[in-house]
Design a protein around this ligand. Structure first.
Ligand SMILES: Nc1ncnc2c1ncn2[C@@H]1O[C@H](COP(=O)(O)OP(=O)(O)OP(=O)(O)O)[C@@H](O)[C@H]1O
Length: 254
């Protein structure tokens, strides 16, 4: 059993290139048992590539990734494409690809906030309930690390807030670490132990409080102070690591 606070996944100097293009450079990070880490960054900054690298779906071109022995990792995709005409209940969805104990399914649904909805057709779930069904499925293997890629895409503000509250509850109740991508800075700041601002490389990171005061963070998110600022990355700010912020295709307001 990994002791509390021990790194579950560690990246050292990880770089990734896709299609001959450098996507991530020199990423150093550790995700420790029980903590909530959030990655924020503009479109195309490499957030999904980082998640896919951590789960082992993308191989780094440089650097090292270490995973704790026996690590149980669950991945919650942004969304699931389901043919709405295909009849499938929540219970059947939870039992794919393999049959689970009914009590385990009930407990996972309960944790995800879908208690008692086993008989509900997936096509009858709201967007928020569908996200919770994906979360419930990810909780079936009692993960040490839960990875959520933009888990709130398509949800309205109350839906987003409620989903993150649920994630925090799962983190508190089960002690599983959470790594998530989010565009909602207000919620991120409240829910996270550690925030990483990504833009091909790590622009700044730390506790929500320290990141909110960092010049690199203010360069990324200052001014508008909301999600829109994510898309208006000014290139005049200084970076903690002194690296230039190049190679990403978002609006430049500098
Ligand atoms: N298989 C691939 N081959 C070539 N380039 C790729 C591949 N996958 C992703 N990319 C490029 O890598 C860059 C980062 O993509 P990624 O999806 O990781 O960014 P993101 O921060 O998750 O973006 P978004 O916020 O829009 O979801 C983009 O420029 C994308 O076009």
């Amino acid at each position: 059993m990994t002791p509390q606070g021990e790194p579950l996944v560690t990246l050292a100097g990880v770089s990734v290139a896709l299609g001959g293009q450098s996507i991530l450079t020199g990423i150093d990070l550790a995700i420790r048992r029980g903590e909530i880490v959030t990655v924020v960054g503009p479109n195309g900054s490499g957030k999904t590539t980082l998640m896919r690298t951590i789960i082992g779906a993308v191989a780094p071109t440089a650097g090292r990734i270490a995973r704790a022995p026996g690590l149980r990792l669950s991945y919650v995709p942004q969304r699931l494409a389901i043919d709405p005409t295909m009849p499938m209940t929540v219970a059947r969805f939870m039992n794919l690809p393999r049959r689970r104990d009914a009590a385990v399914v009930a407990a996972a649904l309960d944790r995800a906030g879908l208690a008692g909805l086993q008989a509900r057709p997936l096509s009858a779930l709201s967007g928020g309930q569908m996200q919770r069904a994906l979360l419930a499925r990810a909780l079936l293997n009692d993960p040490d690390l839960l990875i959520l890629d933009e888990g709130t895409a398509g949800l309205d503000q109350p839906g987003v807030a409620s989903f993150y509250e649920r994630i925090e509850q799962v983190n508190r109740d089960t002690g599983c670490a959470v790594l998530m991508v989010s565009h909602d800075l207000q919620v991120v700041m409240r829910a996270s132990d550690h925030v990483i601002c990504l833009n091909g490389h790590i622009c700044c990171e730390g506790t929500p409080e320290s990141v909110s005061l960092s010049p690199a963070y203010l360069g990324l998110f200052g001014g508008a102070g909301g999600a829109l600022a994510l898309y208006r990355h000014r290139h005049t700010h200084s970076h903690d690591d002194g690296q230039p912020c190049a190679g990403h295709g978002h609006e430049d307001t500098a």
